[in-house]
Write a protein that binds this ligand. Structure first.
Ligand code: ZN
Length: 376
């Protein structure tokens, strides 16, 4: 029996053949109108039956099954700006709902979030004390500095919280660049990676579960990995590389928050040009070969093709995406202007990032997602 005659056969059955306990809203075929509707169906399915897709995603649960990855709380890393002023709690005007916090404010703020299921944070140090910045970024690994003290405090206070430490010099250098400069103002790669790997080691030794160098200097992943091996702690520290970090205008609110704006020039010689897909692929391959455990792409929504490339090039590795301050601020601004609903856009943007290939999302929306994901 052909499929179309099977449909006709089913349609001509008596109504009495069907049980009366159907509880869905599907229309009951009556013999009176079944001929016309069946005929129409027969016409359409004599064409290409593969064109019949709607049934696969008509139910909300079936719709969710269409995604390869669903956001879970454990995929989220929440960025925190930790100030060297212990009692500080200052709202960051360009970043709605985000604060710079001193050590005394961190635990009370985080406790309810941890109780809601917060699994991971990434720490950015914000030195504000006079004289805290110099040409070498000396305060980056000061044992009394905000990041090292925050790592120890959070490890003690929240034993299950996974602590990521961003590793860079730009918050700590007087010139605001991500490394050590030559006299002509250009970046000295060799000195920079030596210094940055020392800073990464200091964070790892303080107890960070993961160190994440964001400076984009060539060779820093290898330098950090070798020092971790030498110190005998390589087996317990995740090395997450900001491999494909693009220059652009989406970091403005972050620089306000972290006070890391370069005092001269820009970061174009070490951050990637927005059109540089091939360069990003080479940077990803470089960092995989140097020993990175996780590849990160930053920003996220404007670089979904790069996230997809990272997943292809590092197919056996987790890929992280950083939805940066400008992306977050844009979503807030547009929602405030009535363009769309904040939650709907936050969810759609994150879904896009996961669909592209990320399984880790660094997101300022983390506190909201902890609530939203609990409602589902
Ligand atoms: Zn930097």
């Amino acid at each position: 029996m052909s499929f179309s005659s099977l449909v006709s056969d089913i349609a001509y059955r008596k109504d009495a053949d069907r049980s009366d306990d159907r509880d869905d809203k599907r229309p009951q075929l009556s013999s009176g109108r079944s001929y016309a509707s069946t005929a129409a169906t027969s016409v359409s399915i004599t064409g290409d039956i593969k064109s019949q897709l709607h049934g696969g995603y008509s139910h909300p649960l079936a719709r969710s099954w269409q995604a390869e990855r669903q956001l879970t709380k454990s995929m989220l890393i929440f960025p925190l700006f930790v100030s060297d002023q212990p009692d500080e709690e200052t709202i960051i005007p360009a970043l709605p709902n985000q604060h710079r916090r001193g050590l005394n404010k961190l635990v009370p703020y985080l406790r309810p979030l941890v109780e809601k299921g917060l699994r991971s944070v990434i720490l950015f140090g914000v030195p504000l004390a006079p004289g805290a910045k110099d040409a070498l970024g000396t305060s980056a690994d000061d044992p009394k500095g905000p990041v090292i003290k925050a790592i120890r405090l959070l490890r003690r206070s929240f034993p299950d919280l996974f602590i990521v430490a961003d590793v860079c010099l730009c918050e700590y250098t007087s010139h605001g660049h991500c490394g050590i400069l030559r006299d002509d103002g250009s970046l000295n790669n060799a000195l920079s990676i030596d210094r940055i790997s020392d800073v990464a080691m200091a964070y790892a030794e303080a107890g960070a579960h993961c160190v994440a160098p964001s400076d984009m200097n060539d060779g820093r992943i290898r330098a950090i990995k070798l020092k971790l091996i030498e110190a005998g702690i390589a087996h317990q520290v995740v090395l997450m590389s900001y491999s494909a970090k693009f220059s652009g205008v989406l970091y403005g609110p972050f620089r306000d928050a972290a006070g890391s704006c370069p005092s001269f020039g820009d970061r174009r010689c070490y951050q990637l040009p927005p059109g540089g897909r091939g360069l990003a692929r080479r940077a990803i391959v470089r960092d995989i070969n140097e020993g990175a455990d996780i590849i990160m792409v930053k920003p996220a929504s404007q670089y979904l093709d790069i996230i997809s490339d990272a997943k292809e090039l590092g197919k056996d590795m987790p890929v992280a995406a950083y939805q940066v301050s400008g992306e977050y601020a844009m979503i807030h601004a547009a929602a405030k202007a009535g363009v769309f609903d904040l939650r709907a856009m936050a969810e759609e943007a994150t879904q896009g990032i996961l669909r592209a290939g990320a399984s880790i999302v660094v997101s300022y929306f983390t506190p909201e997602f902890l609530d939203w994901l609990s409602e589902k």
